[in-house]
Design a protein around this ligand. Structure first.
Ligand code: PLP
Length: 460
């Protein structure tokens, strides 16, 4: 390998890194880039030979773990045989047809067809177009607005970035786009009135959604998009009763439900999909990440029967479905996804996320819930978070300048654990590969605990 300094210099002078303070990186204030070289099981290694337990599976995606030769071989086999062909005008490959059949059989709701993209962002962009198309075709052209939630995360492109409900994803970039609205987040810890139960908080959130729909005019509302478990906005499972109450409102006003399963899909919560866990019946489902475990870029917008039937019925009138990308349904990505789904089924990763996940949730609570800077420990399956506060009684936040979450994440990293400082608040997030073992969970939690103690000592 080229020496480390040269790689770092080339990177610094030529890569525009996402979510990186550009000046601090350019001037070296935040040090050199981490050059990641290898991955095996739940761990990655950097160019200096340091090893880390990846407690975040990359970006919640490497569910089958690193270094799976079955997936690498499937990718190579397809690349040798046929590296590329498009899917326009009814072309396909065997891998793609197989994958689509599997997805239609396993996806929540009443799935009919699968449209492929390359990222969660572009798949949600597709969902918005599908909502608009469907409503135009069924003669309701005013039903175009899409409601998402504060602190929801749906991507970074123009419409998906607008759906994302955190202002720092919008600032200076002219988002959100008109017609994308936001309603309250489902987080009981921060959102509830004193003494309000989870059930009544859920009812209040549903009532607020209804008020928003009525204020805007129900005939203008096309869809509601949400993650079953709020992810990047803080890893927050819904309060009890939430999805029942929300869906009652959506059905009352004939509003489509888009389930963004980019994180929750394929076992992460201990159910095959978050929608199944919470009794959601989505019309449209977005998947990415776990679909290929990050081995290839691939996403999908899974179209339910209700929407698809209208599209097919209108085809004689409107002509071809004019939406698609050069790489929609890429055969190598499809081969990777099939190999990943084989592992997912053979190793029963959903069950594993459920059993190892319950050990994880228990240990996380045992170690952290009583610490004086911990406001809330939460999670489901192999998705978890610790929220830090300056005062547990009053829920006073730390001064953001102290960067408590980022410091704990850095201290964990120095000890060989990647746990993510979530972008909204002082939150340490976990989403390890679903193949993680109980001893690895214990090690992960131990490292995170020692990192937290270190920062507590610094703050004292
Ligand atoms: N939706 C959810 C729930 C996500 O968590 C993400 C990414 O983290 C996205 C969409 C966007 O996916 P991508 O980064 O692949 O565009």
């Amino acid at each position: 390998m080229t020496d480390i300094k040269t790689v770092a210099e080339r990177d610094r002078s030529s890569v525009l890194h996402p979510f990186t303070q550009l000046k601090d990186f350019a001037t070296g204030k935040i040090g050199d880039p981490t050059i990641v070289t290898d991955g095996r099981g739940v761990s990655i290694k950097d160019a200096e030979g340091r090893s880390y337990i990846d407690g975040f599976a990359g970006l919640y995606c490497v569910n089958v773990g690193y270094g799976r030769t079955e997936v690498a071989e499937a990718i190579a086999r397809q690349a040798y045989k046929l590296a590329y062909y498009h899917t326009y005008a009814a072309h396909t490959t065997e891998e793609l047809a197989t994958l689509s059949d599997r997805l239609v059989r396993m996806a929540p709701g009443a799935p009919s067809k699968v449209f492929y993209g390359l990222s969660g962002s572009d798949a949600n962009e597709t969902q918005a177009k599908l909502v608009w198309y469907y409503n135009n075709l069924r003669g309701q052209p005013r039903r175009k607005k899409i409601i998402s939630r504060e602190r929801g995360y749906h991507g970074c492109s123009v419409i998906s970035g607008s759906m994302t409900g955190m202002s720092f994803y919008h600032d200076h970039m002219d988002l959100p786009f008109p017609g994308i609205l936001h309603t309250g987040s489902p987080h009981h810890y921060w959102g509830a009135e004193p003494g309000e139960t989870e059930d009544s908080f859920s009812r209040r959130r549903a009532a607020e959604l209804e008020q928003l729909i009525l204020r805007e005019g129900p005939e203008t509302i096309g869809a509601f998009i949400a993650e079953p478990v709020l992810g990047t906005g803080g890893i927050t499972p819904p309060p009890t009763g939430y999805w029942r109450e929300i869906q009652t409102v959506l059905r009352r006003y004939d509003v489509l439900l888009i389930a963004d399963e980019v994180i929750c899909g394929f076992g992460r919560t201990g159910a095959d999909f978050g929608s199944i866990l919470y009794g959601m019946e989505p019309d449209l489902v977005t998947v990415a990440k776990g679909l290929t475990s990050g081995y290839m870029p691939l996403s999908a917008a899974i179209v339910g029967q209700r929407v698809y039937n209208v599209m097919e019925e209108a085809a004689d009138r409107v002509g071809a479905f004019s939406h698609g990308y050069t790489y929609s349904g890429h055969p190598i990505a499809a081969a990777a996804a099939n190999a990943v789904l084989d592992i997912f089924e053979k190793e029963e990763l959903t069950n594993r996320a459920k059993t190892v996940g319950s050990h994880f949730q228990k240990r996380l609570k045992e170690r952290f819930a009583q610490l004086e800077i911990v406001g809330e420990v939460r999670g489901v399956g192999l998705l978890g978070a610790i929220e830090f506060v300056a005062d547990r009684q009053t829920k006073r936040r730390f001064d953001p300048q102290i960067k408590v979450g980022a410091r704990i994440s850095k201290a964990a990293r120095d000890r060989g654990l990647i746990a993510r400082a979530m972008p909204h608040g002082d939150i340490l997030g976990f989403a390890p590969p679903l193949i993680v073992s109980e001893p690895e969970i214990d090690e992960m939690i131990d490292l995170a605990y020692r990192a937290t103690k270190q920062v507590m000592d610094e703050l004292a």
